[in-house]
Design a protein around this ligand. Structure first.
Ligand code: GLY
Length: 299
């Protein structure tokens, strides 16, 4: 089986001046991980590594560069899923970590649970060798300026603010053994209520992987993505329609039934890619043989 990987770096009206950073960021993730996949890395390791690179890049709303919540704090959510076993790990409302997706990966290996949130998730992370960073190591000038530029009162609408910004990151991969995996990581929505959790760490909504159907990762406004369980919806459509049409159809369902905006990437068990968005732009990169195609898809 020829290994494959596709990543996304958010779906929104990415301004012209940020296009180059988005393309560079997603290109770097695929350029780094695709050769490792060809050398035998598993799909699960590949999606974790790719998302780690996107979390480290201040361009995106994940790890470094995350939005601030209503109290000016960073709260992070992430998930990872293995398409062979259908096993998964999820974390939500974690403070000041560079790699929440790797905490989710550790959660997946635990004996008694698969989804940890808040203080318990932080304690688990600290006990497993992760460090809480000083907020200034994750906070960017850009996010601080944005935080101060949006209102924090009754008239403030998450949907209005979010339709302008959606930089959640994700990856899906197929390895040489035919196994699929997905991972997604986010700082959530700008000025979100403390404790608010969106779609990204929720299995089926922010990501899904099943060797029999496909793997997907999403980005967009979580409250609407969860209404239609977007990634599971896309994966279920892949066997009959193929990944390109499945992605389009899932986005049509998000728009029509979920009244939402966003994007997704997906892959079939045969290694065919799909991606779609109903926002003006989406950043993505994919491996094609030994080449990388990185671009901004425009609606
Ligand atoms: N899709 C990211 C969020 O809504 O939190």
């Amino acid at each position: 089986m020829e290994p494959k990987i596709i990543v996304h770096g958010g779906a929104w009206d990415i301004p012209d001046e940020h296009v180059s950073d988005h393309v560079k960021g997603v290109h770097h993730a695929v350029e780094t991980v695709a050769p490792l996949l060809r050398q035998g890395m598993t799909a699960l390791e590949a999606v974790e590594r790719a998302v780690n690179l996107l979390e480290e890049d201040p361009t995106f709303d994940a790890g470094r560069g995350a939005f601030l919540n209503a109290e000016g704090n960073i709260e992070l959510d992430a998930m990872i899923m293995d398409g062979e076993s259908l096993d998964f790990g999820c974390v939500a409302a974690m403070r000041n970590l560079l790699h929440p997706v790797s905490v989710a990966r550790k959660v997946m290996d635990s004996k008694d649970f698969r989804f940890l949130v808040g203080e318990g998730a932080m304690r688990f992370a600290m006990n497993n060798g992760f460090s809480e960073l000083p907020p200034e190591e994750l906070l960017t000038e850009r996010e601080l300026t944005f935080f101060h530029s949006i209102k924090n009162d009754q008239s403030f609408s998450q949907i209005e603010a979010f339709s302008g910004r959606s930089d959640t990151v994700g990856a899906v991969a197929l390895d040489e053994n035919g196994n699929l995996a997905c991972a997604t990581s986010t700082g959530g929505t700008p000025r979100k209520h403390p404790g608010r959790v969106g779609d990204s760490p929720v299995i089926g909504s922010g990501g899904y992987a099943d060797n029999e159907t496909g793997a997907a990762s999403s980005t967009g406004y979580g409250e609407t993505i969860m209404r239609v369980v977007l990634c599971k919806t896309a994966c279920d459509l892949i066997p009959d329609r193929g990944p390109a049409e499945a992605a389009n159809r899932a986005l049509e369902i998000l728009h029509r039934k979920g009244k939402g905006y966003g994007g997704l990437i997906c892959i079939s068990p045969e290694g065919n890619y799909g991606f779609a968005h109903n926002t003006p732009r989406m950043a993505y990169a994919l491996a094609q043989g030994h080449d990388v195609r990185a671009d901004i898809s425009v609606k």
